[in-house]
Design a protein around this ligand. Sequence first.
Ligand code: CAA
Length: 264
Amino acid sequence: MTYEAITAEANAQGNAGVTLLTINRPKALNALNSQVLEELIHAFAAYQADDTQLCAVLTGSGEKAFAAGADIKEMSDKAAADFYLEDFFGPWTSEIVKKTRKPWIAAVNGFALGGGCELAMMADFIIASDNAKFGQPEINLGVAPGMGGSQRLTRAIGKSKSMEMCLTGRMMGAEEAERANLIVRVVPQAELVIETLKTAATIASKPPMATIANKEMVNSAFEMTLDQGLIVERRIFQILTASEDKAEGMAAFIEKREGQWKGR
Ligand code: CAA
């Protein structure tokens, strides 16, 4: 597939095993139209299928926006029946979230509003530039979040703050987002992509099967009871002890050398 609305770069900027995906509609503040979302699904599937790529970073082009939301112009004339019959946003979001078992990080470089905030929250974690602004302003359009905002934002920052943001549509700056645990850290805008690629390269240097297992475990904490989650954790841990990478990792520690990973 040839991409027009995004770009995809494997081994990005010399970082082995790291794929950089960039939403590329800067004039529309990287608004998420159906072309962007379809290309992103394809790019995430290609990343997942490529055994040489072990962590991905998603960002927006330009200095102003990660993504200023779903494309309002595309949605404005669409009939409610079509939104419902197409299960609008459903297939896109479940394709990206459920089929990407390998880790990916959102590098939020400016506005992450509505669907943009929701897309960032689908990532395993978010690193943001100092000019980042997060928000769920759908209330101002007479609608409400539709790509997971009311659920993921509430799980990330708690009911009060999430409720206030959804009801008022106000934006949250990067510093507040860090205090509220929405993001991991804030970096100067000029360094955002380089810093996030560095973090991704660290992840890509770890034993790949254990990386997927760690992601699966942490996500289980949001999807099941504590007892069920603890069982999932123990079983995955026990399975990993049979891996070649476990034998190598423990031998490497004892022999005081770096591990050489096979991903099995
Ligand atoms: N959809 C389509 N186009 C958008 C857009 C969006 N979500 N956000 C910005 N744009 C376009 C603008 O229409 C404008 O295009 P033109 O030059 O052709 O007029 C261009 O991007 C630049 O935007 P502004 O001139 O508005 O830039 P600004 O600096 O004055 O304001 C902003 C920036 C505050 C982010 C403002 O653009 C804005 O409020 N955007 C909409 C934010 C929003 O409501 N997002 C939620 C969308 S609904 C949604 O996402 C549903 C869901 O839950 C999935």
